[in-house]
Write a protein that binds this ligand. Structure first.
Ligand SMILES: Cc1cc2nc3c(=O)[nH]c(=O)nc-3n(C[C@H](O)[C@H](O)[C@H](O)COP(=O)(O)OP(=O)(O)OC[C@H]3O[C@@H](n4cnc5c(N)ncnc54)[C@H](O)[C@@H]3O)c2cc1C
Length: 456
């Protein structure tokens, strides 16, 4: 029943075609009809040459995409890609969807074939954690004590699940989902159904795992503190659509409940205790209460850190030779004119290469429109736009909400700041173009499905 209405992961043509906004060549962008020169404070740093030593910390989507872009751009110096995990770089979206469901093969999650790294003279070092960073000396220290010199450094350290600090949180049977290993463990536990899974938190990962686990025939309970799941991201009405979807498929969604602790016996969990004393029985618990950026190295190096590593629109940190991309970067966005930290796949896919080009001295203004997607039961959707700008925005719908085939647009000051297509495909490019245009639109024409989006 997890009807991936499309293969996973879906790389939207609108997003991949030419990597929008990357390497445009000028830090001066024409935005919303005005010449815009904010925050283009690209700092000098050491002169760059094609023979230097580049190091990338974090061997996941952002890091691996950056390594590939460096070679694609003709960089002939050394590239070291250091990753704390034992695996070659892989993508995470299938870990809560097809891979967890057992429908996507392990081999489909890797960013590049295993032999790509050596073939492209990228020194990939798995199971290697960087524990120290000295920006003045241009050195970093590995967990084994070895030190490495770098001329330019990319921090692509991603994020980690927020841990639950309640009694019983360390009992056996309490799980988090971030890595391939986490997903493999959960997949084996959920396969065949019949388990009582309790999810704490109804964010994207919680909701996706709920859909997958339910489809496999497990009893699924979601415990959510807020009255409506995903309302923070989508607002009440669209959050309620996801609530209805899950309930229709037999998920028990309990909102406005507060988890007090996790009960156990002999070191293993037996249930989740709510405030008030009720115990929700469980065989396993998945905690999905958000993620935190891995900023430890950046803090040690005294880089500017504020909800992630602060970078300008060239993805350059407060140190001129250090860059950051992916989940960990809080980047100035030249269209939204604010800093954004995006915990989504497309941001890592495009941010890594953008940082790579900036590291090579190219003039980069990373202005890709934030994008993500989800698949839950028979609902697939893509979202593009600037979440923070949707607060208080007007919602305009095109299509049929009843059958869950529509596009929702968020209009702030008359302009489209975000759009979400639900079970409607091949419109993402047009939705992003509307956002990028930044000009007022007629809500009536936007809602009128007979008018092509390109003509609104
Ligand atoms: C289960 C799941 C499902 C998801 N589904 C979707 C989806 O449907 N759509 C979507 O858009 N996004 C989704 N995401 C989010 C998306 O996967 C992330 O945005 C993306 O993985 C970010 O990539 P990244 O390279 O920035 O960081 P990460 O993928 O977090 O990788 C960072 C890497 O750096 C390593 N590292 C950290 N510190 C160090 C260190 N000191 N030394 C060495 N290595 C280090 C980590 O071990 C990790 O391997 C999902 C995430 C998860 C967990």
């Amino acid at each position: 029943m997890v009807t991936a209405a499309r293969p996973l992961p879906r790389i939207s043509p609108g997003i991949t075609a030419g990597l929008p906004g990357v390497g445009r060549g000028s830090p001066i962008a024409w935005i919303g009809g005005r010449l815009h020169r904010e925050n283009t404070d690209r700092r000098g740093g050491t002169p760059v040459s094609k023979e230097q030593d580049f190091v990338i910390v974090g061997a996941s989507l952002a890091g691996a995409s950056a390594a590939k872009a460096l070679r694609d751009e003709g960089f002939t110096g050394s590239i070291r890609l250091l990753g704390a995990e034992a695996h070659h770089p892989y993508i995470r979206p299938p870990l809560s969807k097809g891979f967890l469901a057992g429908t996507a093969e392990r081999g489909t999650v890797f960013v590049e074939a295993d032999d790509w790294y050596a073939a492209n003279q990228v020194e990939f070092r798995p199971s290697t954690r960087v524990v120290g960073l000295d920006p003045r000396e241009h050195r970093l220290t590995l967990d084994g004590g070895e030190t490495l010199a770098w001329d330019r450094l990319l921090l692509a350290t991603g994020s980690s699940p927020r841990r639950l600090a309640i009694a019983g949180a360390d009992l056996a049977g309490v799980h988090y989902l971030r890595t391939l290993d986490d997903s493999e463990t959960l997949r084996d536990l959920l396969a065949g159904g019949g388990k009582r899974l309790v999810l704490i938190g109804s964010g994207w990962i919680g909701m996706e795992v709920a859909a997958t686990a339910r489809t496999l025939g497990n009893d699924v309970v979601i415990l959510e503190r807020d009255p409506i799941p995903l309302a923070n991201a989508l607002g009440d009405e669209l959050g309620q659509m996801f609530a209805d979807l899950h309930r229709e498929h037999g998920v028990t969604l309990r909102t406005s409940v507060v988890v007090d602790s996790i009960a156990g016996a002999d070191g293993r969990l037996t249930g989740v205790v709510l405030q008030g004393g009720e115990v929700v029985p469980a065989d396993l618990v998945l905690v999905g209460v958000g993620a935190v950026p891995n900023v430890g190295l950046a803090e040690d190096a005294r880089l500017q850190v504020e909800n992630g590593i602060v970078v300008n629109e060239s993805l350059q940190t407060s140190h001129p030779d250090i860059y950051a991309a992916g989940d960990v970067a809080n980047a100035y966005h030249p269209i939204a004119r604010m800093r954004l930290r995006s915990e989504h796949w497309a941001n890592a896919l495009h941010g890594g290469p953008a940082a790579a080009r900036a590291m090579l001295g190219q003039s980069v203004s990373f202005d890709a429109i934030p994008y993500f997607y989800t698949d839950q039961f028979d609902l697939g959707m893509e979202y593009s736009g600037f979440g923070p700008l949707t607060r208080g925005a007007d919602l305009v719908f095109r299509g049929d909400r009843g059958s869950r085939e529509f596009i929702a647009f968020w209009l702030a000051g008359g302009t489209v700041v975000a759009g979400m297509n639900v079970n409607v495909w091949d419109v993402n490019e047009a939705v992003q173009a509307l956002i990028r245009r930044g000009a007022p639109v007629d809500p009536g024409r936007l809602a009128d499905g007979s008018i092509p989006l390109e003509a609104v």
